[in-house]
Design a protein around this ligand. Sequence first.
Ligand code: SF4
Length: 236
Amino acid sequence: MENHRIEKLNATFKDYSLEQAFEKLVTLGFSKMAFSTSFGQEDQIIADVIFKNDYPIEVFTLDTGRLFEATYKVFEDTQTKYQKKITTYFPERHAVESLINEKGPYSFYDSVENRKECCEIRKVNPLQKALKGVDLWITGLRASQSTARNEIKIFGYDAAFGLPKFNPLAHWELSTVENYLQEKQVPQNSLHKEGFVSIGCAPCTRAVQEGEDIRSGRWWWEESKKECGLHYNKKI
Ligand code: SF4
């Protein structure tokens, strides 16, 4: 999608409520829209809107094989509440076997390269598979989640995946997210109550202290930008 169209869409959508944004989105003529969820707070809001309104959007998740038990619980609770399917994509078996057999189960703690290798195998490659044939990728990204995300707009273009992105919560604050979840009784990951904000794989996520960057609990042993390759592009 060219920049001009993205700018126009951002101007059109800037004052829409979440519901209005989705109502408009489905009239835009995308042929295959997909929403990637990791069952975080923002993702749960988007799932709530898609499932309640039965929008023609595929909802999928990536099972890295290293998720928290609590994440599977909210996955199950979500499917049960809405009676809708969430498609799961797994890493390629031989790639995981080779990684573990060659480097052991915790190679990601040894170097940034090793960590990126694991994320590539368990997340990025399955995401590529999930996004095949998709012409709009929907995410729960918010600008105030971290300094690396502060340029996020409602519509963007992900050059790495060659796809336009729709980030309907781009300008939401965490308090608005929490209020929505509370008000609408949306299932949530129980780890949020224990100080976990951004929740990924179990060995690579820890709780954060009040006032800390939301992403600081991810790959906390690294100094570099806290992204895994799913949303690392500056143009999000
Ligand atoms: S977050 Fe950690 S366990 Fe998960 S894919 Fe990345 S390096 Fe591997």
